[in-house]
Design a protein around this ligand. Structure first.
Ligand SMILES: [Zn+2]
Length: 504
């Protein structure tokens, strides 16, 4: 493994998918983007996981060996053969590269057909191939559903701490810093303490999550504790691994990660009432937004409405019409980003800027989307839907897109599914969001990284949709009891098992 002399060889690989098991249909290989070898070099200099990994590898004086990173937009479970093919390619690339270590970009909430915990399965396959002499570390998203089986194959896993995920780069870099410690002879002890808790996506600057960050921060100052993270989990996954947890990584023999994690879990659980965010139905939200837009006393900038219930970043389909219909019904003036509707985008491109077309917009991809919006639309601008994400450097591709005016709303219509992070969907159509009285976006929290700085007020919206709250979903396979489905759920509760999984 590796060369006896010369720099250590560290492979960069990964597989990322956030699986919403409530989506109908599975995710085929065609929906997975796979980048190999030198294609990963574009990550150098970006504020991404892999960007941090490249920099970390330079810092510890090792040689980066870019291998394979695969990923897909949040969607339904991966087709079994697609996952197994990706897994086997990843493992083969790691074996062939003769590495001293591998650092993986993972999500932690990937599910494939017949594989409830993809990260556990992938890690086990890798470990079986490389043995114990090669270090295997990785990074996780905050929305990871973890069990001890997930952790078992890895020497250690870092996890994003903030939502919006502003620390992806730091976590990628941290995972490699831990490799530096591993090369120096340290070994790690890890523990995941599972909580019986379906936590809806919640920004980390509100009361409860902020308190959890402080508690974890204090724990990290204890001797031997490398990392303590309250992992929010991804709640739209009907399986035995779903739920929030506390992940602790310690230097082996110096600190006891299980004791630290269970203490933190108890304290955070006790404050779970502080995690509630007030969400409004579309009609109420629009009324509140219009009122805030008229109130000059509360500051400058647009009022931002966030349709959390149809967030393509959480497995929402992106063609829901509930919020847009409420805005049109109220006669609101503003911007809407965006509605996934390739046919309407294509019709706009065919008609050209300045044309007036008849659209039947959205409302097709899921029964929760609501009916299409039947309207006359003026085509204001066209684009190829490509832009670079502010502050991160990711290339976003919305496909052929158009800005069209329906009533007094200027609506971005796209050909590819994507949540709204920043102002990119509007700027590519020549619009400055800062001058709009009102901006509506399909996103749960990631929009806050940009819009939090420019909005005079933010109004979260909960309508029907596949990224809506948990209590209304048709649960079948989740471990019960679990809060808030079961209001009497207690923790600690020894009847709540730490599940492990057989290989597929
Ligand atoms: Zn996430």
């Amino acid at each position: 493994m590796g060369t006896a002399s010369g720099p250590r060889r560290v492979g960069i690989a990964g597989f990322e998918h956030e699986t919403n098991t409530f989506r109908s249909g599975s995710t085929p290989l065609a929906d997975v983007t796979i980048r190999r070898g030198d294609e990963l070099l574009v990550e150098r200099g970006r504020r991404t996981y892999a960007g941090g990994m490249f920099d970390g590898i330079d810092e510890i004086g090792a040689t980066a060996v870019p291998l394979v990173i695969a990923g897909a937009q949040p969607s339904g479970p991966l087709e079994r053969e697609a996952y197994l093919g990706i897994r086997d390619e990843l493992v083969a690339s790691i074996v062939a590269a003769e590495l001293d270590a591998v650092v993986l970009q993972l999500h932690g909430a990937a599910v494939a057909e017949g594989v409830d915990d993809v990260e556990a399965d992938l890690g086990a396959a890798m470990r079986a191939a490389v043995g114990s002499e090669v270090a295997v570390v990785g990074s996780l998203d905050l929305h990871a559903n973890l069990t001890s089986a997930t952790l078992a194959p890895y020497d250690a896993l870092t996890c994003v701490k903030y939502y919006p995920h502003t620390d992806m780069y730091d976590r990628g870099r941290e995972a490699v810093q831990w490799l530096g410690r591993w090369f120096a002879g340290e070994r790690f002890a890890t523990h995941v303490e599972r909580l019986p808790w379906l936590l809806m996506p919640t920004a980390t600057d509100v009361a409860g999550p902020a308190a959890a960050l402080e508690l974890c921060d204090a724990a990290e100052r204890e001797p031997g504790v490398l990392d303590a993270t309250f992992v929010h989990g991804f709640p739209l996954a009907d399986g035995p691994a779903v739920g929030a947890s506390v992940l602790v990584t310690a230097v082996e023999g110096v600190a006891d990660p299980a004791a630290v994690a269970s203490r933190l879990a108890g304290r955070i659980w006790a404050r779970r009432g502080e995690f509630e965010v007030e969400l409004h139905d579309p009609a109420t939200a629009v009324a509140l937004a219009l009122e805030a837009a008229r109130d000059v006393a509360i500051g400058r900038g647009p009022v931002v409405l966030a349709e959390t219930s149809d967030n393509p970043g959480g497995g929402g389909v992106g063609d829901g019409t509930h919020l847009l219909r409420a805005l049109l019904g109220a006669g609101a003036t503003g911007l809407f980003g965006s509605v996934l509707d390739p046919a309407s985008a294509s019709a706009a491109h065919a008609a050209g800027v300045g044309a007036t077309i008849t659209v039947s917009l959205g409302g097709r991809l899921d029964p929760t989307s609501g009916p299409p919006i039947e309207a006359t639309a003026e085509v204001l601008a066209l684009s190829d839907g490509r832009y670079e994400l502010r502050g991160v450097g990711w290339q976003i591709d919305l496909g052929a897109s158009a800005l069209m005016r329906i009533g007094a709303m200027d609506v971005v219509v796209t050909s590819a599914s994507q949540q709204v992070f920043d102002d990119g969907p509007f700027t590519i159509h020549g619009v400055d969001v800062r001058t709009a009285p009102l901006v509506a976006v399909k996103s749960a929290n990631h929009f806050r990284a940009y819009y939090g700085r420019i909005a005079r007020a933010i109004v979260p919206v909960l309508g029907p949709g596949l990224s809506a709250q948990t209590t209304t979903l048709p649960w079948e396979r989740v471990q019960r009891p679990i809060w808030p489905l079961d209001p009497d759920t207690t923790y600690p509760d020894t009847s709540y098992p730490d599940t492990s999984y057989p290989a597929p």
